[in-house]
Design a protein around this ligand. Structure first.
Ligand code: PEP
Length: 256
């Protein structure tokens, strides 16, 4: 099964409007200028989604959001529904560690957000990963299994087929530390086995990303494992030249 490598840029709460436009234009030139075998999507802060959509119009670069409400509409001050995002976005991050651990988002809420994204025809990027204390206690596989099953178990196989799963060890996000390539592949293989148990006919097609201090210089080795299909990139996605280099390093010939 060949899976197109995928690079997701998570700008978090960074960039002003002009910087957002410059970064989006650079991503567009990377992908549209000289076609490379990689898919790219950008997740800007909410207010920049519409202007960035303007910059990306007609481009192969995709657009995503960093979060969404589980609710369809109503008295939810400050929230943004999946339906509000769907005219602009093809992707939505769900369960990012900064939401799980910074905003106390629990499994049940993440599941509802994921279902809201699917309902509106977008693709959820489900983020999972262990805290450093979990890894030190040998609980990585247990934590990842719990998070994957809580988000996906019981969904129709056709819905699971539309998901991307990002393995992001929490201790590696924004720290400059990374998992080893072996650890990234080991957890990705575990996630693929879980997907197989949930949706056997689609598991081989689902993309599994690694995230956590990925940059141009380490992306090739961190995604070298057969089950690691790309990267979720925070800090390094804010440097236009570095992100372009990262995307080129991620591109690889489709498997036979
Ligand atoms: C992220 O935002 O998901 C992330 C992995 O950030 P960073 O690349 O900065 O570690």
């Amino acid at each position: 099964m060949s899976r197109t490598p995928l690079a997701i840029a998570n700008w978090k709460m960074n960039t002003d409007l002009e910087t957002a436009r410059v970064l989006a234009q650079a991503a567009r030139e990377t992908l549209d200028g000289e076609p490379i075998a990689v898919e790219i999507a950008i997740c800007p802060p909410f207010p920049w989604i519409v202007p960035v959509a303007g910059v990306l119009e007609g481009s192969a670069v995709g657009l995503g959001a960093q979060d969404c409400s589980p609710e369809p509409n109503g008295a939810f001050t400050g929230d943004v529904s999946a339906a509000m995002l769907s005219p602009w976005c093809a992707w939505v991050l769900v369960g990012h560690s900064e939401r799980r651990h910074g905003h106390g988002e629990r499994d049940a809420l993440i599941r509802r957000k994921l279902e809201a994204v699917l309902k509106e025809g977008m693709q959820p990027i489900l983020c999972v990963g262990e805290l450093e204390a979990d890894r030190d206690a040998g609980r990585t596989a247990e934590v990842v299994q719990h998070q994957v099953l809580a988000a996906l178990k019981g969904l129709p196989a056709s819905a699971i087929a539309r998901c991307v799963v990002a393995y992001e060890p929490v201790w590696a996000i924004g720290t400059g530390r990374t998992a080893t390539a072996g650890d990234a592949q080991e957890v990705a293989a575990q996630i693929r086995a879980l997907l197989t148990s949930l949706a056997s006919e689609h598991a081989a097609a689902v993309r599994i990303l690694y995230g956590g201090s990925v940059k141009a210089g380490n992306v090739a080795s961190l995604t070298a494992g057969p089950d690691v299909d790309g990267a979720l990139v925070g800090g390094a996605s804010l440097d236009p030249a570095g992100f372009a280099e990262l995307c080129r390093a991620l591109a690889r010939p489709a498997a036979a």
